[in-house]
Design a protein around this ligand. Structure first.
Ligand code: SF4
Length: 360
């Protein structure tokens, strides 16, 4: 089954295009100050390696806006300036070369200020995300979704009058159902690309579950052109979870997929430890090798009785007994290795496959 995506306008953010059938882009956010150039550069480098597509950074002061110019010399990642309260910070960020800015209709709402930002953005071909957030709106009714949509639609009127179309929209509520309802509603009212996210999610595991549930529903419905999994974690972890989410829905493939059984009473080895070791080996593959293996599933299973059959969709796998690892391909066992050698042997075979792919 293939997900049919909502039709939208296309918007260019630095070297990335979003919307209009372009791949759903993964965003994260710097968790250090933009003005701390050294730390920000290190985090950008790490995010680039992790496979992040777009990075947002908080612009609290003019020093953060000015830092964008320096940071852009160190990264190819598009940089999005996150602006609240003071429209002059948006003007400074655009001047410094931000690839997109995010405005919050809940705290920058004076029409003359918004118009000034739009004029500067138009001049610099800088797109704007209208990023509504239930926490910063004064919502009196119980209809949070309706209030989020209304705030965006009211804001959009200013943009329309200025004939500005390089727009991305997000409407984040802290309640998943409100957020889903708001996105579904706005999706039917405009054709601007949508950035998805669930905000204020709690501890990392809660965040992963809430983001997957909320964004999963929307993505399955074809809604969403960029995503951020907001986690109380390192930003690279946000990217990793976002990749897994897109991968699990078959929307984007990012590299070899490791599948493991949950184990049961038949398992006689420490499968979590072995799986972690094998994932570490996979993580060492370079981006090109990962891309070559993007449709490959590899299995680590907890017993020989059921493992090969339960993972027959895997191109390559190993099922462990107390002393041995049985190697299998498409559900059929073809050899065995010593227990301790299992992960390395499987990885070695994967590298041989890669070698053959490169020669083709
Ligand atoms: S593969 Fe074996 S150990 Fe793993 S869940 Fe299935 S039966 Fe249990």
């Amino acid at each position: 089954m293939k997900i049919k995506r909502r039709r939208t306008k296309s918007v260019r953010i630095g070297r990335i295009r979003i919307g209009s059938g372009n791949p759903i882009a993964i965003q994260s956010m710097l968790k250090v100050r933009a003005r701390d150039i050294g730390k920000a550069t290190d985090q950008l480098r790490s995010l680039e390696l992790s496979g992040c597509d777009i990075v947002r950074l908080a612009v609290e002061e003019h020093r953060d806006a000015f830092a964008i110019r320096s940071l852009k010399r160190h990264t190819r990642l598009p940089l999005v300036a996150d602006i609240h309260f003071d429209f002059r910070l948006a003007l400074a960020a655009i001047e410094a070369g931000a690839d997109k800015i995010r405005l919050n209709p809940g705290n920058i709402f004076k029409p003359n200020e918004v118009r000034d930002v739009i004029a500067a953005a138009k001049n610099s071909h800088c797109p704007i995300r209208i990023g509504a957030n239930s926490g910063s709106l004064r919502i009196k009714s119980k209809d949070t979704a309706g209030a989020l949509v209304k705030s965006v639609m009211d804001y959009l009127r200013i943009f329309k009058k200025s004939r500005f179309n390089d727009i991305v929209i997000s409407l984040k509520g802290s309640d998943i159902l409100d957020t889903i309802a708001a996105y579904k509603k706005i999706a039917g009212l405009c054709d601007h690309p949508l950035h998805l996210g669930i905000t204020a999610t709690g501890l990392p595991l809660d965040g992963i579950v809430k983001s997957s549930a909320g964004m999963g529903v929307l993505l399955f419905g074809g809604i969403g052109d960029t995503i951020r999994v907001s986690l109380l974690e390192r930003p690279e972890e946000e990217v990793r979870v976002a990749k897994l989410l897109l991968n699990s829905l078959g929307i984007r493939k990012f590299g070899p997929e490791l599948i493991c059984c949950p184990t049961c009473g038949r398992c006689e080895v420490d499968l979590p430890k072995k799986a972690k070791k094998f994932q570490d080996l996979l993580d060492q593959l370079g981006p090109q090798d990962k891309a070559r293996l993007k449709n490959t599933k590899i299995a680590l299973m907890g017993c020989v009785v059921n493992g090969p059959g339960e993972a027959k969709e895997a191109a390559l796998g190993i099922a462990f007994s107390r002393h041995k690892g049985a190697l299998f391909q498409s559900g059929k066992v073809f050899g065995s290795v010593d227990l301790e050698e299992g992960e390395n042997a499987l990885f070695g075979m994967l590298k041989e496959d890669l070698g053959r792919m490169k020669k083709r």
